[in-house]
Write a protein that binds this ligand. Structure first.
Ligand code: SAM
Length: 254
């Protein structure tokens, strides 16, 4: 069957995305490794060390999934700075993903501490959080699945304190034409096949690939961030990772 995501009416997109992540929640971590040959771990490590969270930072990790970013933030602060004051509020739209995250944190020293909390919600309407609440807003591989990424960025702006940082880790575009062909081959052929073999779910993974292609190109996304009011560095508006397969976009609330 072909997953004609392109033709889906907008109001259906949200429930469809929920469905995709419900059906992949349990196999999610394994698939991430298979699809990216483990590289997503290196990207996430780099993402968090670049942010260098410490000093009792109040963080919000949106589309937190199974907690890859939240865990790295807390580990970084503790291991590098002996900081047990930095905290992460994890938010996800999908209760099953959030459950996996809770299970994972239950095995750690952060369990039942004020350092981590779990929130069910939509990145586009963070009504559970007041204006000017957080020092750091992270969203990793989550914003491209949202119906209105621009609303997500505006909400990020609202909940961040002045001086607070928005940091987005997301798939991006490979500008080099030759590398881009190789990448197309990988993502349009190999990834759906892996989804079929490892998770008996070709369609969800075909959707994931398509959602990557439909997302903003890096310069366009930098503009979305700027338009929401963030200050974006002139010299390096984003940092490409692995030929641009992924990128880190940063904005500072002024
Ligand atoms: N950040 C985690 C990571 O890097 O491993 C999880 C990324 S996972 C690819 C994307 C997550 O975004 C899923 O857990 C999904 O439920 C969540 N998500 C999708 N749309 C969302 C929305 N509108 N609001 C909040 N979370 C959303």
């Amino acid at each position: 069957t072909h997953f004609g995501f392109r033709d889906v009416p907008e109001q259906m997109k949200e429930s469809l995305v929920k469905g995709v992540f419900s059906s992949v929640a349990s196999s999610y971590d394994v698939m991430n490794d298979a699809m990216s040959l483990g590289i997503h771990r290196l990207w996430k490590d780099h993402y968090v060390s670049k942010l260098d969270p410490h000093g009792g930072l109040k963080c919000l990790d949106v589309a937190g999934g199974t907690g890859d970013i939240a865990m790295r933030i807390l580990d970084h602060a503790r291991e590098k700075y002996r900081d047990r004051e930095t905290s992460v509020s994890m938010l996800d739209i999908n209760p099953e993903m959030l459950e996996e995250g809770k299970k994972r944190f239950a095995k750690t020293m952060y369990h039942n501490t004020p350092q981590v909390s779990f929130h069910l919600g939509n990145a586009e309407h963070l009504e559970q959080f007041a204006d000017n609440t957080f020092d750091l807003y992270t969203i990793a591989f989550g914003i491209r699945n949202c119906t209105h990424p621009d609303k997500v960025v505006e909400e990020a702006y609202r909940v961040l304190k002045p001086g607070g940082v928005l940091s987005v880790l997301e798939f991006s575009n490979v500008p080099n034409p030759i590398l881009s062909q190789a990448y197309d081959l990988w993502s349009f052929n190999v990834i759906p096949a892996l989804g079929h073999i490892l998770a008996s779910d070709r369609d969800s993974y075909a959707y994931l690939v398509e959602s990557i292609r439909r997302f903003y190109k890096a310069p366009e996304f930098a503009e979305v961030i700027r338009k929401a009011g963030f200050q974006v560095a002139q010299n390096e508006p984003w940092e490409p990772l692995t030929f641009g397969i992924a990128a880190i976009h940063t904005g500072v609330k002024v």
